[in-house]
Design a protein around this ligand. Structure first.
Ligand SMILES: [Zn+2]
Length: 111
């Protein structure tokens, strides 16, 4: 992988999206950029991670997704190409994918 393979990919998502949805894919301009949340050094190495995404009200869990992971805060950064493929897979949803049921709980803070 070269620096050129990293592209700025978060222009499609505004800041509100990033705050609202945990695990929103983040992409890096170059692999030497520090983490944008905690400024920790990213070493440019990708690990295979689990990514949670949603499309409308449908939620998807992607396994073995290559991402850089911030060693300090755990923020995941995906290449633009990876984000594109996640989006394509959400739309085409392979029919052999296993499905899990996830409880949706309305959060209230106990007094
Ligand atoms: Zn960080």
């Amino acid at each position: 992988m070269t620096i050129d393979s990293f592209q700025l990919g978060h222009t499609a998502h505004n800041q509100d999206d990033v705050r609202e949805h945990y695990d929103m894919p983040k992409t890096k301009t170059t692999k030497l950029d520090p983490c944008e949340y905690c400024d920790a050094f990213l070493d440019g190495k990708e690990k295979l991670v689990t990514a949670n995404r949603h499309l409308g009200s449908s939620h998807f869990i992607f396994e073995h997704v290559p991402a850089q992971v911030c060693p300090r805060c755990g923020q995941k950064y995906f290449r633009a190409q990876v984000v594109k493929e996640i989006e394509r897979l959400m739309l085409s949803q392979p029919s052999h994918s296993p499905t899990v049921s996830v409880p949706v709980i309305e959060f209230t803070l106990a007094a």
